[in-house]
Design a protein around this ligand. Structure first.
Ligand code: T4K
Length: 368
């Protein structure tokens, strides 16, 4: 068994609980195509996220592609380069043109002022990312969208369980996409969802994820196949029961990281956002020059100590081979700087506080 500490570790229910949940599938033989567990999870998510409309998907990426298509968007989409490949790929794969705004230096979410400067007559939407579970400046973004008649689709892949003033992250904008990948705070093994304002989108999303089929003898859309199966939905039903406990445990891990790292010269942590209930999804640390060691030196030292930190999100999307001939990361200097200095340290509910200390010892040992 590998004793390395990895950047994260999937939350799982007990085997007994999961087996109990999937037992009926052996009687029904109904394994996918919007079955009992699928319905159960959708209903549970509506309640948990306090929203009216939820549609489940095979993964967050397909969910994002699908909502962009369902909103019938055309033209330019203002988004952030400080994210996972999926955000930009979904925009491009739906024949939309991404336009990259810079991020804010305090929480690395999209900078509304930068968004505003990039609006043209061709702009149709804004796709911000609640990166690491940090809530975007949703009020400023909505004001800009209303002023210019733009749609807002949040990539909320990291933000499950995040709330502001009792309102869940799912409630902002026209729609929000969540990822339920194994590495996320809430997982369905692989999976995702879209929460959306307009109830008329529900049949469209459901048909899109099932080949555009509207009835056994009619197909209205050129859809794909992105249906969450019953085993994944059942995993979600079980994991949702334990979510609050898992988030609380992550909170303790973050607390210990902060005790050890906050205030250290050259170490920048994201301050807790006022009024926001966090989900402690990631533990990003940005190393300034004053720290005396580069991000890559810290990464290597951790690696030698058997600790698998990750450089989420380096390189910027605009520096990927598939985009760099068209875009330049120099146009988003804050994002470029953060990407070159950031490390996400291991973060998961069952990470022992002694291991957090060990990780911090290695990090602090790099300081000169
Ligand atoms: N938008 C954003 C902003 C996203 O971050 C993502 C996904 C998406 C959209 C798209 O959502 P999905 O279509 O994926 O639902 C991982 C995940 O695959 C990806 O979901 C996630 N973001 C991204 C940030 O991280 P990798 O390639 O870094 O994962 P991997 O396989 O290296 O795993 C990382 C660590 O997680 C491992 O070291 C150990 C742990 N792990 C991994 C797996 C697969 C587990 O504990 N259990 C597991 O089953 O991309």
């Amino acid at each position: 068994m590998d004793s390395r500490i990895l950047v994260t570790r999937s939350s799982m229910p007990s085997l007994e609980e999961y087996v109990e949940e999937i037992k009926p599938l052996w009687e029904s033989h109904w394994l996918t195509n919007m079955g009992v567990e699928h319905k159960k999870l959708e209903a549970a998510l509506k309640e948990r996220l306090k929203v009216e409309n939820v549609a489940l998907f095979t993964n967050g990426h397909n969910a994002l592609e699908c909502i962009l298509e369902a909103l019938d968007l055309r033209g330019e989409v203002i988004t952030t380069p400080y994210t996972f490949a999926s955000t930009t790929h979904a925009i491009v794969r739906k024949s939309l043109t991404p336009v990259f705004a810079d991020v804010k230096p305090d929480d690395y979410t999209i900078d509304p002022e930068s968004v505003e400067r990039l609006i043209t007559p061709r702009t149709c939407a804004i796709v911000p990312v609640h990166v690491y579970g940090n809530l975007c400046d949703v009020d400023a973004i909505q004001r800009i969208a209303d002023e210019h008649g733009l749609k807002v689709v949040y990539d909320a892949a990291h933000a499950f369980g995040v709330e502001r003033g009792g309102v869940s992250a799912a409630a902002f904008g026209d729609a929000s996409m969540f990822s339920f990948h194994a590495t996320k705070v809430f997982n369905t093994v692989e999976g995702g969802a879209v929460c959306f304002k307009d109830p008329a989108l529900y049949p469209v999303l459901n048909q899109w994820k099932n080949f555009g089929i509207t009835s056994p003898e009619d197909v209205e859309y050129v859809g794909g196949n992105a249906k969450m199966n019953e085993f994944c939905a059942a995993m979600g039903v079980c994991n949702l029961r334990h979510l609050d406990g898992e988030i609380a445990k992550r909170g303790k891990v973050e607390e210990r990281y902060r005790e050890r790292l906050a205030g250290v010269r050259g170490v920048r942590l994201v301050d807790p956002q006022p009024g926001v209930r966090p989900n402690h999804a990631y533990m990003p640390v940005v190393f300034g020059d004053a720290f005396g060691a580069t991000r890559d030196e810290v990464f290597d030292a951790l690696d030698r100590a058997g600790i698998g930190a990750r450089k989420y999100f380096y390189p910027l999307v605009t520096d990927y081979a598939c985009y760099r001939s068209v875009y330049s990361s120099d146009r988003t200097p804050v994002a470029k700087d953060v990407a070159s200095r950031v490390l996400t340290l291991p973060m998961y509910a069952d990470l022992a506080l002694g291991d957090v200390d060990r990780i911090c010892d290695v990090v602090l040992g790099c300081a000169r």
